[in-house]
Design a binder for this molecule. Structure first.
Ligand SMILES: *Cc1c(COP(=O)(O)O)cnc(C)c1O
Ligand code: SF4
Length: 314
């Protein structure tokens, strides 16, 4: 994390790009791990990985329909760090931190400092989970839950294991993709030792992200017995074509990950330039379905504020 790029000018220089390509990042600073930058093509301003993380002028445009809390997360917060938005599963927001700041993320406006539950708040969250026998799955979310150290994570996992109605532990993380070094031996050791069924949902949007040390890191995660799934976001100029989606799915399965969700972009202020019309998304997914085995085709989904589950578009 210390070595990550935080200055857009420095990243542009590293990639042999003109510094004017970047704009001021505003409150949501640029953050790009070096190993992620190393998977970008030098000299290519349209690189699909660069586009996801480089602040650009278009972010500062105000576009009607794009707001601060498009998915209604604040409305579903039931206690510090605990989001009970879905039936039978709860989301535990462990930290507001990520290893990367994806420019399209709704996190850019979410007041995580007040809403996330650091270790000092876990007792309350655990008591709430223990008191509700309908909860069978706990989703560790963020930010990125793997920004926490393995010690606290292992102890949280042990506490969850002691609640008999909890059957599954799900971890939503982009770290194995953007900073694969995070998949340490201590991480795989506590995961492997858990009695809970484990699901790790990673987040990759383009096949070029699944290079370098990423396949090995995913292999270590799979060796714990965890099921590996991917969620992607449909992003203009990154993965808005049949060819890029097909490549992504094929590459995912080659590295042991099932394409699970393709998200329609949440309409968050500052991300309008990433939006792909739903009609185009439908066309891409229908074309994938016609030409590939079913397990290579993600569910194309949209988050609707206030709805108890995602809306499946295709
Ligand atoms: C959709 C969603 C969930 C629930 O996912 P399911 O796989 O549908 O259970 C949890 N967290 C986030 C951030 C989601 O978008
Ligand atoms: S890793 Fe996920 S939560 Fe973090 S900035 Fe990127 S999209 Fe947002």
């Amino acid at each position: 994390m210390r070595e990550a790029f935080r200055s857009p000018a420095e990243l542009c220089d590293y990639l042999q790009l003109p510094p004017q390509l970047a704009a001021a990042a505003g409150d949501f600073g640029m953050l790009v791990p070096r190993s992620y930058a190393d998977r970008m093509r030098p000299g290519d301003p349209a690189d699909p990985l660069l586009r996801q993380v480089l602040p650009v002028e278009a972010e500062h445009r105000t576009v009607p329909g794009f707001g601060a809390d498009p998915v209604g997360d604040l409305a579903s917060a039931t206690g510090r760090g605990l989001l009970h938005k879905y039936q039978r599963r709860v989301l535990l927001v462990l930290t507001g931190a990520c290893a990367v700041n994806c420019r399209y993320c709704f996190r850019r406006h979410f007041p995580y400092a007040q809403a996330s539950a650091g270790p000092s708040h876990w007792t309350t969250a655990l008591e709430a989970i223990a008191a509700d026998p309908s909860i069978e799955e706990v989703i560790l979310s963020g930010g990125d839950p793997l920004m926490l150290d393995d010690g606290p994570l292992a102890s949280l996992s042990a506490s969850l294991e002691s609640i008999s109605h909890v059957r599954r532990l799900r971890i939503h993380t982009r770290l194995p993709i953007v900073l694969p070094e995070r998949v340490t031996q201590s991480l795989t050791a506590w995961l492997a030792s858990s009695r809970l069924a484990k699901v790790v949902v990673v987040h990759a949007n383009h096949a070029n992200e699944l290079a370098s040390d990423v396949p090995a890191a995913l292999g270590h995660l799979a060796s714990t017995g965890a099921m590996l799934l991917n969620q992607a976001v449909l992003l203009r100029g990154v993965n808005d074509s049949i060819a890029t989606q097909r490549d992504l799915s094929q590459r995912l399965v080659e590295v042991g990950v099932v394409p699970y969700y393709l998200h329609q972009l949440d309409r968050v202020a500052g991300a309008a330039h990433f939006e792909v019309p739903v009609a185009q998304g439908l066309e891409i997914v229908q074309e994938m379905r016609a030409s590939m085995p079913g397990y290579l085709v993600p569910r194309y989904v949209q988050e609707i504020a206030g709805e108890p589950n995602k809306w499946v578009l295709a």
